[in-house]
Design a binder for this molecule. Structure first.
Ligand SMILES: *Cc1c(COP(=O)(O)O)cnc(C)c1O
Length: 478
């Protein structure tokens, strides 16, 4: 029943759109066709359910609702209150969190909200206290000047970008690398694994206010109990950014010391990666931070996206089903198959394997840069993204790695054997690709030559698998 409902709902929606701007309807149809026809291995992407997607396309989009549940700066927010309260309740239940703030529009926004709540709670400053106590008028221009310096010069310790950390964890081009006095911890040069003793030594020396754990390109689990111990020893606040692996936490693949929620003071996440919800962000906090997290709007956010908060509630309800736990376990199992598939074919993996949803392939053994590998794979319909490897000799633009993730294809129903085949196809492309030369005849880091017929062969083989596991199987557009 739902298949035909979904098919007619989308077909009719596209007709409505086409009556205004047919090129947008056409691009939307084409996007579905393209997504159906490519091997999506981008580790940060997924396919949300039709229920989640449809929830985003309603009149909740039209409502302004600055403020918090029951305390809005606009009239007529009673239905937004229902939606936001439900999304927060599902989030608290799903993650066992004391407090959930579902307004952030993205992962970056969620991190800004968390940073502010930590500054507001932890910086010791008489000016800050006056500001918080609403005695703002007592602050002179000179007080504000001091306060700006105090707030903007706090210490943050995060994982370095080339070890797998995220831009928002103190990387210079991001605001976090400018407003904070930042230092980074990396991974062990031999094993490429997190070295907790080295993190602790750095924390003791640097004494950060904020310690950030979490990653975008580290193919291993993190022991958050240990990270909290380190933070406590040096008086730091532990913030865990689980944007990438929230689905594995929700699906109870990461439990105990690997579950960040009971260990971190504050947890931030996106909702659209392994968690398989709408594009958005969220903050989970221990009670003491809740009041300042709630000031996310107007501190760094404008009005909440009520239609997306509604879709978050739907996605969290889905993630509370036993079927989501089975999905999350398959995501991790499939990553193991993919890694095995590479290792048995002689490829090199950062850290030598995986125990989450990410596989980081070091393509230097194929004589390629990440940029060349990414482009050659795309020619064969394999969608990945290039990524630095630890101490990358090619820098952050060309890189030496390709990052792969299993959440999206697992949603399509790919299993052990298919992921082994995916490894086979990727190796087939890469061993048959050679670097090109620049116009001046020098070796290029960007151009490449794929052997004759390779892209066609791989495209055909992946099409067979994609046909067997269709995306949105019941959805037929008229
Ligand atoms: C993806 C990601 C973000 C940013 O999320 P956006 O929604 O793109 O802003 C932040 N932190 C980590 C660790 C991420 O992986």
């Amino acid at each position: 029943m739902t298949d035909s409902l979904i098919s007619s709902a989308y077909s009719q929606a596209l007709e409505v759109i086409a009556s205004v701007e047919p090129r947008i309807a056409e691009a939307t149809r084409q996007e579905l066709a393209d997504q159906r026809g490519s091997l999506k291995l981008i580790a940060s992407e997924n396919y949300a359910s039709p229920a989640v997607l449809m929830t985003m396309g309603t009149w909740f989009s039209d409502k302004y609702a600055e403020g918090t549940v029951g305390h809005r700066f606009y009239a007529g927010c009673q239905n937004v209150d229902t939606v936001e309260a439900l999304a927060a309740e599902h989030a608290r239940e799903l993650f066992g969190a004391q407090y959930a703030y579902v307004q952030p529009h993205s992962g970056i926004d969620a991190n800004l909200v968390a940073f502010w709540s930590i500054l507001a709670n932890r910086v010791e400053s008489p000016y800050l206290q006056k500001m918080q106590a609403k005695n703002v008028n007592e602050l002179t221009e000179a007080d504000w000047e001091t306060l700006r310096h105090e707030l903007g010069n706090q210490r943050l310790l995060g994982m370095s970008l080339d070890a797998g950390g995220h831009l928002t964890h103190g990387f210079r081009p991001n605001i976090s690398g400018k407003m904070f006095h930042q230092q980074q911890y990396g991974t062990d040069p031999e094993t490429q694994l997190l070295d907790y003793d080295a993190v602790a030594a750095k924390a003791r020396e640097f004494k950060p206010l904020v310690m950030v754990a979490g990653y975008s390109a580290y193919p291993r689990r993190v022991n958050f109990a240990k990270m909290r111990e380190i933070a406590d020893e040096v008086g730091a606040t532990l913030m865990v950014d689980m944007a990438h692996f929230a689905g594995l936490v929700a699906g109870k693949v990461f439990t105990g010391d690997e579950d960040p929620v009971p260990h971190a003071h504050i947890v931030t996440t996106t909702t659209h990666k392994s968690l398989r919800g709408p594009r958005g962000g969220m903050v989970l906090a221990q009670e003491e931070f809740a009041a300042d997290v709630d000031r996310g709007c107007p501190m760094v956010l404008g009005g909440p996206l009520s239609h997306v908060m509604a879709a978050k509630a739907v996605a969290f309800a889905e993630a509370r089903q036993p079927s989501f736990q089975a999905y999350a376990q398959k995501v991790a199992d499939n990553a193991k198959s993919l890694a095995e598939g590479f290792l048995t074919r002689g490829a090199t993996l950062v850290t030598g394997g995986t125990d989450n949803h990410i596989v980081l392939l070091d393509v230097s053994s194929f004589g390629l840069t990440g940029r060349q590998a990414e482009s050659a794979l795309l020619d064969a319909g394999v969608v990945t993204n290039r990524n630095s490897v630890p101490a990358d000799p090619n820098g952050a633009w060309y890189t030496s790695g390709v990052r792969l993730g299993t959440p999206a294809l697992t949603t399509r129903g790919f299993g052990h054997d298919e992921f082994d085949t995916v490894a086979e196809l990727i190796v087939d492309v890469l061993i048959n690709t050679t670097p090109g030369t620049t116009k001046a005849g020098d070796p290029s880091k960007a151009s490449y030559v794929v052997g004759d017929g390779v892209a066609d062969r791989v495209t055909k083989q992946s099409a067979e698998m994609l046909d067997k596991h269709p995306l949105y199987p019941g959805l037929v557009l008229s």
